[in-house]
Design a protein around this ligand. Structure first.
Ligand code: CP
Ligand code: NVA
Length: 302
C-alpha cells in the first residue's frame, strides 16, 4: 500500500523523485501546460481533527487539479468523533474512497488508520510529525539554494512535530540541522537516536548563536502547537525569537522559513517574516505543488 506517513519510511531517491515531480508540476502549471490527471475518477477523503488553512485548501485544490474529487470531513461530523473505532472507520472509508488524508492528534490514530485501510493514507500532521510540510520546505530550499545536500539549517524553538520531520529530512538529504532550543523541549530521544544511527548531522544546542551561526536557512514555528498547553513557553522560548539581530548572525544570503500560521512578535518579528529574506509565502505555495506530487505517487503503479 502506498501510504505517505513519514519521511523516514522513504529512500532519498524516492523522496527526491517526488520533489522533482512537484517542481515539474509547478513549472507546468505556471506555463499553462495541460497537466496529466492521475486522480481522474478518484475520490479522496480528508479528515481533520484540528483546524487547517494551508493543508486543507492546498490538498483540496491539488486533488481537483489532478482530476480527483476531494471530500473534506471534520472528525466531529463523523461517528469517529463519537467514539467509533479508527479501525472500523478505516475499513468503511476504504469501501467508498480511493485515498484518505488525515490530520489527527495522536500519531497512533494515523498508524491504526493506515494499518486497517485498503487505500493509501497520507499524514496531514499529527502531534509527532508533519511530513507534507517538509516536502514543501525542501522544494523551497531547492528553489532558493539549488540543492539540499551539504546545506546548513537552524531550527529554533520547540522540538515539535515539524522539527521531527526536519530531522528525518536532514538524515535523508545529508544537510546539517542545528536545533536551538531549551533542552526540556528537545525532539523525541528515539528519533535523535535513529538520526545518529543513520549518519544524520543533527546538532542540539541551547545556545541560539551556535545554532544560527552562518546557516543558510533559518526555520522556526509557533511556540504553542495545537493541542499543547502554553505553560511557561513564552518565557522559555523568548531567547530563540527570530529577529533582525539574530538573522544577522546567519549567512548573508540566508532565507527564513516558517510553516505558518505565525505569531508576529513571539517566535518571529514582523521585520523578519515580512522582510526580504523571508520565503514563507513561496513555502506556503509549495504545499500545493509538493502534495500533488505525493498524491501522484500514491496512485502510481508500483
Ligand atoms: N502549515 C500548516 O500545516 O498550516 P495549516 O495548519 O493551516 O494547514
Ligand atoms: N507545530 C504546529 C504546526 C502547525 C501547522 C502545530 O502543530 O500546531
Amino acid at each position: 500500500m502506498r501510504h505517505f506517513l513519514d519521511l523516514k519510511d522513504f529512500s532519498t531517491e524516492a523522496l527526491q523523485a517526488m520533489l522533482d515531480d512537484g517542481l515539474r508540476m509547478k513549472a507546468a502549471k505556471k506555463s499553462g501546460e495541460v497537466l496529466e490527471l492521475p486522480l481522474s475518477g478518484k475520490t479522496v477523503a480528508m479528515i481533520f481533527e484540528k483546524p487547517s488553512t494551508r493543508t486543507r485548501i492546498s490538498f483540496e485544490v491539488g486533488i481537483k487539479q489532478l482530476g480527483g474529487t476531494p471530500l473534506a470531513l471534520s472528525s466531529t461530523d463523523l461517528q469517529l468523533g463519537r467514539g467509533e473505532s479508527v479501525e472500523d472507520t478505516a475499513r468503511v472509508l476504504s469501501r467508498y474512497v480511493d485515498a484518505i488524508i488525515i490530520r489527527c492528534y495522536k500519531h497512533d490514530t494515523l498508524l491504526t488508520l493506515a494499518k486497517n485501510a485498503t487505500v493509501p493514507v497520507i499524514n496531514a500532521l499529527t502531534q509527532r510529525s508533519h511530513p507534507c510540510q517538509l516536502m514543501a520546505d525542501l522544494m523551497t530550499m531547492i528553489e532558493y539554494h539549488g540543492t539540499l545536500t551539504g546545506q546548513t539549517v537552524a531550527w529554533l524553538g520547540d522540538g515539535n512535530n515539524v522539527a521531527v520531520s526536519w530531522i528525518e529530512a536532514a538524515v535523508r538529504f545529508g544537510f546539517q540541522l542545528r536545533i536551538g532550543g531549551p533542552k526540556s523541549y528537545a525532539p523525541p530521544t528515539d528519533l535523535l537516536t535513529w538520526a545518529r544511527a543513520n549518519g544524520g548531522d543533527v546538532i542540539l544546542t541551547n545556545d541560539v548563536y551556535i545554532a544560527i551561526d552562518k546557516v543558510q536557512t533559518v526555520v522556526t514555528d509557533v511556540w504553542v502547537s495545537m493541542g499543547t498547553d502554553e505553560g511557561s513557553r513564552r518565557v522559555d522560548f523568548k531567547p530563540y525569537q527570530v529577529n533582525a539581530k539574530l538573522m544577522n548572525a546567519a549567512a548573508d544570503d540566508a532565507i527564513f522559513m516558517h510553516c505558518l500560521p505565525a505569531w508576529r512578535g513571539l517566535e518571529v518579528t514582523a521585520e523578519v517574516i515580512d522582510g526580504p529574506q523571508s520565503a514563507v509565502f513561496d513555502e506556503a505555495e509549495n504545499r500545493l505543488h509538493a502534495q500533488k506530487a505525493v498524491l501522484a505517487w500514491c496512485f502510481a503503479d508500483n
